[in-house]
Design a binder for this molecule. Structure first.
Ligand code: DAH
Length: 342
């Protein structure tokens, strides 16, 4: 081996070593900036690899070829290592950028607040359910009525003192005091009997209106539920039993009911019904009675063949009692802090 060949072997070994070092450095770069710096150190003019290039000129042609080839291969391998590192670091940088610039839209979404039915609506639906379970149907009528349905057919002629008790809100239509906001749900009795053959078993819930000023126990717009049964052989015992059954179904088996004699033009005899309180006292809930034969006749039903009973009471007042509210106006103040409790 000549000195020359020793020298050339040393050169190629050294080139391989430098190349391996450069590749390892490229693979170890933590960022594109660092990679750029490493590239300068290992491939630049002043780098050891760059130095070899300058040395090639002093070799004889045979050796220059061998060394040049080794240097080219080393440069290619190092170049490849740098481009691989560069694209890997570029990908990582882009991923990091996407991650940090991502808009977290889930943060804006709030859990939607879900509401529920108003407690008067809940009471109304529960009452309907109780009566449907007893075989009744739910009937409805208009909130604006004529004197015939609101009064006349219910045996309240215009001269009757009971008219005054209803504190009616009249509508400026037709003859004076002919059209009105219904002051009770009893007109639905008339509409049902006019349109339906007995036997009839209905409840009619709905809004009613009076000129009352709102206070702790009154609302000018309130809700009633009316009951009407017309069938053969109906007696006051059926009425008392029905009232007791639905009150127990609504309030609980421990609650009792009683009837007290009263007066309504559309029932004869008439009664008011009370429910028992835990402390033994009685609370008045509504009115009831046997349908006045005159009312049946007004609707074209033969009172000799058919008898009936009817009842009516305020749903809002029922809710007030059931939940022990101390002001009925809470029901319409629309304060969600109040409504949410029920
Ligand atoms: N309509 C009456 C009122 O609003 C309540 C009422 C009493 C209804 C007796 C009835 C009944 O059906 O039989 O004051």
């Amino acid at each position: 081996m000549t000195d020359q060949s020793v020298e050339i072997a040393e050169i190629t070994t050294e080139v391989d070593r430098l190349a391996a070092e450069a590749i390892a450095a490229a693979e170890g770069a933590a960022s594109l900036a660092e990679l750029k710096e490493i590239r300068g150190q290992h491939l630049g003019k002043k780098s050891p690899m760059g130095g070899f290039k300058a040395k090639l000129g002093s070799l004889d042609p045979e050796d220059r070829k061998v060394a040049g080839q080794a240097l080219n291969e080393a440069n290619r391998a190092v170049g490849d290592a740098f481009s691989t590192a560069e694209s890997a670091l570029g990908d990582a940088a882009r991923r990091r950028q996407l991650e940090t610039e991502r808009l977290d839209l889930t943060e804006i979404r709030r859990e939607a607040q879900r509401g529920h039915l108003h407690l008067v609506t809940q009471a109304r639906y529960r009452l309907e359910d109780v009566f449907i379970a007893m075989g009744y149907q739910v009937a409805e009528g208009p909130e604006v009525e004529t004197a015939w349905y609101n009064f006349e057919a219910l045996n309240i002629p215009d001269w009757h003192p009971a008219r005054g008790e209803f504190d009616t809100i009249f509508v400026n239509l037709g003859e004076p005091e002919e059209v009105m906001l219904r002051s009770h749900t009893s007109p639905v009795q008339i509409r049902t009997m006019e349109n339906q053959e007995p036997p009839i078993y209905i409840v009619a819930p709905g809004r009613t209106f009076r000129t009352d000023t709102a206070d702790a126990t009154h609302l000018p717009a309130f809700n009633q539920i009316e009951g009407l049964v017309v069938d053969r052989g109906i007696t006051m015992a059926d009425l008392a039993g029905t009232i007791d059954a639905f009150i127990k179904a609504f309030f609980g088996a421990e609650v009792n009911t009683r009837l007290r004699p009263s007066y309504f033009p559309f029932t004869e005899p008439s009664a008011e019904f009370d429910i028992s309180m835990p402390d033994g006292s009685w609370l008045e809930l509504g009115g009831c009675g046997m349908v006045n034969p005159q009312v049946l006749a007004n609707c074209g039903i033969d009172p000799e063949e058919w008898q009936g009973f009817a009842f009516g009471f305020g749903i809002d007042r029922l809710a007030v009692m059931r939940y022990g509210l101390d002001d009925i106006r809470e029901l319409v103040n629309n304060d969600v802090r109040f409504l949410r409790q029920f």
